[in-house]
Design a protein around this ligand. Structure first.
Ligand SMILES: *Cc1c(COP(=O)(O)O)cnc(C)c1O
Length: 238
């Protein structure tokens, strides 16, 4: 078996185990984060049954999408969004997990082609409070979410699916658990208010089992599937 196939089988097994010990009765969708990896590895993962792929850098993602047109892949955008990227993101992705401003939502809506299904949106929450992280601050999330959601009512080409976070980069498990718990509470409230909301996007290679135990139903996994990234993240104009 190829390494990627082995890794994916192992991860799927871990996802099922974690889901069986949480109290939420939900399965978790696996999004393979392919940033920094070549077309060949994406095809290997696709052949191992993965259809959801996540990318952070627009240009890198568009190159891949062009090469992989014949594969029925669902593309997820995970990276920070500048206004000038909104048109290409709205035209090329099925999901955007990193929405955190009304301005960006409006642009994504305006540029979403009318013949395409609504763009699936997760609002990014900064659950760690670290300055370096994108997303709306967890302390203030309730009120800011209300504003974003009010705006969404006027944006028919966007479909609110849920919230996303990247937790603190720490060895302190309790800290991470607290962040997962706060995210799950916020998600539960949002789900009560909106029937389109069904996605709590949290958990990466290092913490996806824990994330699922605390209610995540979509995990974004790169390194544990593909190994260390080959292509360094490009700064600036990507
Ligand atoms: C890179 C990235 C991932 C995947 O991280 P791994 O640790 O390689 O699994 C998940 N989510 C986001 C937002 C990322 O930027």
């Amino acid at each position: 078996m190829s390494t990627i196939l082995t890794n994916i089988s192992q991860i799927k097994q871990n996802i099922l185990e974690a889901a069986s010990i949480n109290n939420f009765g939900e399965k978790a969708t696996l999004v393979a984060v392919s940033k920094g990896h070549s077309f060949g590895l994406i095809i290997e993962a696709f052949n191992a049954g993965i259809i959801n792929f996540g990318e952070n850098y627009l240009q890198e993602a568009l190159d891949k999408k062009l090469h992989l047109e014949r594969f029925a892949i669902q593309w997820h955008f995970l990276g920070p969004i500048q206004s000038n990227k909104c048109r290409l993101i709205a035209e090329n992705f099925n999901w955007v997990h990193s929405v955190d401003r009304i301005k960006v939502m409006k642009l994504l809506n305006d540029f979403r082609p009318s013949n395409a299904p609504p763009l699936n949106i997760c609002i990014q929450i900064n659950s760690s409070g670290e300055d370096t992280k994108s997303g709306i601050a967890i302390n203030d999330a309730q009120s800011q979410l209300t504003g974003l959601i009010e705006a969404l009512k006027e944006l028919p080409k966007l479909k609110l699916r849920g919230i996303m976070s990247v937790p603190s980069n720490t060895e302190d498990i309790e800290q991470v658990i607290n962040e997962f718990k706060s995210m799950h509470m916020l998600y539960a409230e949002l789900k009560n208010q909106f029937d389109t909301v069904d996605t709590l996007s949290m958990g990466m290679s290092n913490d996806f089992k824990l994330a699922i135990e605390y209610g995540s139903n979509l995990v974004r996994i790169g390194t544990a599937i593909f190994g260390a990234r080959e292509i360094k993240a490009k700064g600036g104009n990507n």
